[in-house]
Design a protein around this ligand. Structure first.
Ligand code: NAD
Ligand code: UD2
Length: 318
């Protein structure tokens, strides 16, 4: 059977016990795939996979994705047809504080995983890149063929990983898909870290009856994508043999301000006191918006969950 039509049945997911990883595992199981989640549980939680692990087709292995020997063992034992590489140092501020650790987890681990793949039968890798590769570009909406100019250790590492995977694709025939995730939100996103996304922080506070603090006037906007939509796209790239790789934004093309978010939450919890407004966060960008056209065309998936519906699904999960 030619490579382009070989069925993809076994998928390894690094960072599988995390926020996005656990939804990806759920989606892959829903497609009838056999899934191995690999996670060191540094920011992920076994409970995120509680539903998935009820299936005989899902297993969780605790291992370090940046450890070559550990990854070779995992690939040898499981023999995946595809790997989704999500394990990372996910916090931008932490990347600034620990550049060596950022490099190990966000660059070296990508090489380790890609190499374990090419040594075995796995010829397909999907990687979680980030809108951070665009830096402060104001050419909105951001397109994949526009300039990349990361301004953080994290963003630079994600761009390096994209380039490494492109070279792995050329040198070894891997199908490598790099997705530039925009602001992802939804159930299982941890609201308790100082680096948590604004949606998880605000949803958690409204539900607890506490007012939120807005950095600035609330007019700043982001391209918020629902995690279920994102996981569908990731799983499609990992399992559709027709997908040959490339670099794609995963976003909605819709700009949502913090005031829009607050309107939705306030309608659900009218008793919660009004927000307070503080100074702008240092280094904040005013608007971030992606162009979703390329991923829509190639993957035939839409990232269409209306923001209010996604927020209600998140609240229902808390
Ligand atoms: P998360 O922290 O929930 O998931 C990361 C997972 O990787 C965790 O389960 C963690 O325990 C695991 N991990 C970390 N280091 C590891 C290692 N050395 N070995 C094995 N496992 C390890 O965060 P998330 O939001 O689900 O992020 C998933 C991916 O998406 C990351 O690559 C992140 O950079 C990227 N991303 C996320 C967003 C977002 O808005 N959440 C935006 C852009 C990119
Ligand atoms: C992401 C990163 C951030 C930084 C930035 C660079 C995350 C969670 N954040 O931030 O670390 O690298 O990209 O562009 O990955 N906000 C409030 N109140 C709060 C929390 C946030 O007003 O309690 C504001 C925040 O100041 C910002 C907006 O909400 O204007 C969105 O913040 P975010 O951290 O969720 O996402 P982003 O894209 O600004």
């Amino acid at each position: 059977m030619s490579e382009s039509t070989s069925p993809i049945e076994r998928v390894l997911v690094t960072g599988g016990a995390g926020f996005i990883g656990s939804h990806t595992c759920d989606r892959l199981l829903g497609l009838g795939k056999t899934v191995l989640a690999v996670d060191d549980l540094s920011t992920g939680h076994r409970e995120n996979l509680a539903g998935a692990l009820e299936s005989p087709d899902c297993t969780l292995v605790e291992a370090d994705a940046a450890d070559p020997a550990a990854m070779e063992r995992v690939f040898d034992d499981f023999e995946p047809d595809a790997v989704v590489h999500l394990a990372a140092l996910v916090s931008v501020p932490q990347g600034e504080a620990e550049p060596g650790r950022n490099f190990r987890l966000n660059v070296a681990a990508t090489q380790v995983v890609a190499d374990a793949a090419r040594r075995g039968i796995c010829r397909r890798i999907v990687f979680a890149s980030s809108a951070a590769v665009y830096g402060n570009s104001e050419a909105l909406p951001l397109r994949e063929d526009g300039a990349t100019d990361p301004i953080s250790q994290y963003g630079a590492a994600k761009l390096m990983s994209e380039k490494l995977l492109r070279a792995y694709a050329i040198s070894y025939g891997l199908a490598a898909t790099c997705f530039r995730f925009f602001n992802v939100y939804g159930p299982r996103q941890d609201p308790r870290s100082p680096y948590s996304g604004v949606v998880s922080i605000f949803a958690d506070r409204y539900r607890a009856g506490q007012p939120v603090t807005v950095n600035g006037d609330g007019g700043q906007s982001r391209d918020f994508i629902y995690v279920g939509d994102l996981a569908r796209a990731v799983a499609a790239a990992a399992t559709d043999p027709a997908q040959r790789g490339g670099v794609y934004n995963l976003c909605t093309g819709r700009a949502t301000t913090l005031l829009d978010l607050i309107d939705i939450l306030a309608a659900e919890y009218p008793e919660v006191p009004a927000p307070s407004f503080g100074p702008e966060r240092a280094g904040d960008i005013r608007h971030s918006l992606g162009d979703p056209a390329a991923a829509r065309e190639v993957l035939a998936v839409t990232n269409d969950t209306p923001f209010a519906d996604g927020i209600r699904a998140l609240l229902a999960s808390l």
